[in-house]
Design a binder for this molecule. Structure first.
Ligand SMILES: *Cc1c(COP(=O)(O)O)cnc(C)c1O
Length: 379
């Protein structure tokens, strides 16, 4: 890296227990997937989210791909989603020949604009794929009502939504399925990692087969068949036990991690209030029904020029900040594989004006003050 930052944008946090649990997994010698560390993580996540069936995966991308297989998306089937998201949300659909249909986002949460869903529905629509940006829940009651009315599946990209809630229900448990990420940039990490929340009871059996390369290995392990064999579509979606051991160390500390991140998020919100009053920036809004997890803190600037200048200014003070998604409807892949419904005015504006500020477990209040001062001094 050319520039070294006093305050990095993000910093993966290790609890100290990872080495112990990873060594244990190595000593046990059971190294492939679905061993006792995997089962323990799944049980912990089921307890945390009140989901009946969680399957650990090697990424959120994998959990999204499993969801698309579960929804039985066929070539030409359409899936409505925001353009303001990570590649994997759309790519999972495209892998099965489906067509992502991009619609605009809300100005307050930057989540899918639920009032624009209905006009994007066609006879080919099969599912709504919503993304809980920054760990703030989408308007799920409206989305689920629309899905019921039009007979659609709901899949949640809850990559950023671990330990966040909508109306006291865990994100990831509100659709037919939901996907978590434990990538090194997320709140709780295992390097690479993820989980699938299977919420529709009728999806559980198939989910277990898709997870195990399309085989009935589960029945074999239960002694219900002599040999396991190929039954359905699937892939290798399991993480190794080493990854699960890593994740278990993090899950034991999840409450503390979320608590501190939310505290730093609240502090940013507090110290930046005067600048919002002076109309220098806009802070994020959390709807009353949502309890977020402090995954990221952003500000919105007037235009892309002032955003970029502020970013340079912060950089000169040793503070690393970040923009975010290149809207998928503007990307090469988006133009090749997807369809856009309407004009995505807000998506484009947000992508041009958003600036994400440093937020990680070891961030301190005095660092937040230093960052706020640097923003205030930038005229
Ligand atoms: C991080 C992220 C993903 C991808 O997660 P991986 O675990 O790296 O596959 C997908 N969607 C969103 C919204 C994300 O933030």
């Amino acid at each position: 890296m050319a520039h070294s930052f006093t305050i990095p944008f993000g910093k993966p946090y290790l609890t100290g227990k990872e080495q112990t649990l990873i060594s244990e997994s190595l000593t046990e010698g059971y190294l492939h997937g679905n061993g006792h560390f995997t089962k323990k993580c799944q049980a912990e996540l089921e307890k945390l989210t009140a989901c009946q069936k969680v399957l650990l995966t090697h990424s959120c991308t994998a959990a999204l791909e499993m969801s698309v297989l579960l929804a039985d998306i066929q070539p030409g089937d359409e899936v409505i989603m925001p353009s303001y998201t990570f590649v994997s949300t759309a790519n999972a659909v495209v892998l099965q020949g489906g067509v992502p249909v991009f619609i605009d986002i809300r100005p307050d949460t930057l989540n899918i604009d639920e009032t624009k869903i209905e006009e994007a529905i066609t006879p080919s629509t099969k599912a709504i794929l919503c993304v809980h940006y920054a760990g703030v829940g989408c308007e799920m009651d409206t989305i689920r009502d629309l899905a019921k009315k039009h007979n659609l599946f709901v899949i949640e990209d809850a990559a950023q939504g671990v330990e966040a809630y909508y109306k006291n229900k865990a994100l990831g448990t509100l659709g037919h399925s939901g996907a978590f990420s434990f990538h090194a940039t997320k709140n709780i990490i295992s390097g690479e990692g993820g989980a699938l929340m299977v919420n529709d009871p009728s999806w559980v059996g198939r989910a277990e087969m898709i997870w195990e390369k399309g085989t009935n290995r589960k029945k074999f392990l239960l002694g219900q068949v002599d040999k396991y064999s190929w039954v359905d579509k699937g892939s290798s979606f399991l993480p190794s036990e080493v990854t699960a051991a890593f994740l278990l160390a993090q899950l034991e500390f999840i409450k503390e991690i979320t608590k501190h991140r939310v505290r730093m998020w609240n502090y940013y919100h507090q110290v930046l209030e005067p600048l919002e009053k002076m109309e220098r920036l806009i802070r994020p809004t959390i709807p009353i029904d949502c309890q977020h997890n402090g995954h990221l803190f952003y500000i919105l600037l007037k235009d892309s020029k002032s955003r970029n200048l502020l970013m340079d200014h912060l950089c000169s003070q040793g503070i690393q900040s970040a923009t975010h998604y290149v809207p998928l409807h503007d990307s090469i892949g988006g133009q090749r594989f997807a369809r856009t419904e309407g004009v995505l005015t807000l998506t484009t504006r947000i992508a041009d004006t958003i600036l994400r500020l440093p937020l990680f477990f070891e961030l301190t209040e005095s660092q937040v003050e230093f960052i706020a001062d640097a923003i205030a001094k930038f005229a």
